[in-house]
Design a protein around this ligand. Structure first.
Ligand code: ADP
Ligand code: MG
Length: 385
């Protein structure tokens, strides 16, 4: 998807007001009636209709008149709301090239006023699977269908919270800088995914570091669950950085040990098959497979508190888990076009939650730098779940 930041320049204050009104309306409507948008925006002389036309031309909203005349946000529209909020509070000044396309995210280089370059991850939960989920509603209990806006926002909130906490515990992760809606702002790494590596100068050292990191995560109460050559970046000095946290689970999860062992095996397989280094055959290697039990035995119990402080509530985790389970039930039907389908959810409990936890609170370019998200941080603890 092309993210042309110039579009921002052509957008008037009124355009943003109307775009924000669509976002607010989506808390209770899959398709927001034009009349509701008009009344939320509160522009004089039907000004919102002209703005909607402009937004539609720039693909920031989608028009739907199958049941009534209405609109909903596109990914692009949601992107611009997040970017605008980050720009308004001085976190970023411009958006550059795309550096990564994940299954459920797009990653861009962004710059600050002083020229510093950072990475912005825009979550797109449900991009590949929302249609599939929707077409198999039988799997979904009543009220358990969430809009991609809500889920993508949760994924970003979780990623930001975990990145921050892990960084504070000395794990090599990007520095979490800021977040808004479905966007996470972090430091840009001068490193590339391990999958691009064919040979290492010190495979044993790198392998040992990888296993030590898994044990350290477990001792902090967490299993990564996607610990592979795509989510581990390596630099020229063969130093590692771990990324991608929305799927992490607590060591208290019923399948935690299995998931931990799967992470270990993933690395062993990659080293054996792609790098020609077989850990089992290296007699000087002290630990081939770190013990989940030992790691958990030395648990340091503070991380869940930090996660709560970042506003990632148990309720959010439950909602994300439910989506992930539904996704697994739905198979992996490819659908890269969730946007053009009616992927939003109606007035679910989740959207209520979204509205009470400030997902549109920075809509006017709030200067709170995430404090609103932190405010409701009295929920259950995640890592201790
Ligand atoms: P997804 O959840 O979609 O898999 P990731 O967080 O794994 O997204 O990022 C996808 C790709 O983007 C990575 O494989 C990496 O190449 C690149 N990337 C992600 N974060 C950064 C970063 N902070 N600095 C540099 N490149 C990054
Ligand atoms: Mg990834």
């Amino acid at each position: 998807m092309k993210l042309d930041v110039n579009v921002l320049r052509y957008m008037s204050k009124e355009d943003f007001r109307v775009l924000t009104a669509v976002e607010m309306g989506q808390k209770n409507h899959e398709i927001v009636p034009s009349s509701l948008i008009d009344s939320i925006a509160g522009l004089k002389h039907g000004g919102s209709f002209k703005c909607l036309k402009h937004l539609l031309r720039n693909k920031l909203v989608h028009h739907d008149n199958s049941k009534y005349d209405g609109y909903r946000l596109t990914y692009l529209g949601y992107d611009y709301l997040a970017i605008k909020a980050l720009v308004n509070r001085g976190a970023i000044a411009g958006v550059g090239r795309q550096i990564g396309v994940g299954k459920e995210s797009d990653i861009f280089e962004v710059t600050k006023e002083d020229g510093e370059v950072m990475a912005l991850k825009l979550h797109r939960l449900g991009r590949t699977s929302f249609r599939a989920v929707k077409s198999k509603r039988d799997y979904l209990r009543k009220g358990s269908h969430f809009s991609w806006l809500y889920l993508s926002r949760l994924a970003a909130l979780k990623e930001y919270a975990f990145m921050k906490a892990l960084g504070e515990h000395g794990l090599p992760v990007p520095q979490a800088i800021d977040h808004n809606r479905h966007a996470v702002l972090m430091t840009l790494l001068d490193a590339y995914p391990l999958v691009q590596v064919r040979q290492l100068s010190h495979p044993r050292t790198v392998y040992e570091q990888l296993m030590a990191m898994l044990s350290q995560l477990a001792s902090l109460g967490l299993v990564h669950c996607d610990y592979n050559e795509f989510n581990l970046l390596i630099n020229e000095k063969e130093e590692l950085t771990l990324i991608d946290f929305p799927q992490m689970v607590s060591v208290g999860h019923p399948n935690a040990q299995e998931l931990f062992e799967r992470d270990v095996e993933c690395i062993i397989r990659f080293f054996s098959k792609k790098l020609g280094y077989v850990p089992e055959r290296d007699e000087e290697l002290e630990v081939i497979r770190p013990s989940f039990r030992d790691a958990v035995a030395s648990i340091q119990g503070s991380i869940d508190q930090e996660l709560r402080a970042s506003g990632f509530k148990q309720k959010y985790q439950d909602d994300l888990d439910r989506f992930i389970i539904n996704q697994q039930h739905s198979g992996s039907e490819d659908d890269s076009d969730a946007e053009s389908g009616s992927s939003g959810a109606g007035s679910s409990e989740a959207d209520e939650q979204a509205s009470s936890s400030g997902y549109s609170s920075d809509a006017e370019g709030g200067s709170s730098r995430g404090t609103r998200d932190r405010r409701g941080s009295h929920g259950g603890s995640y890592a201790a779940a």
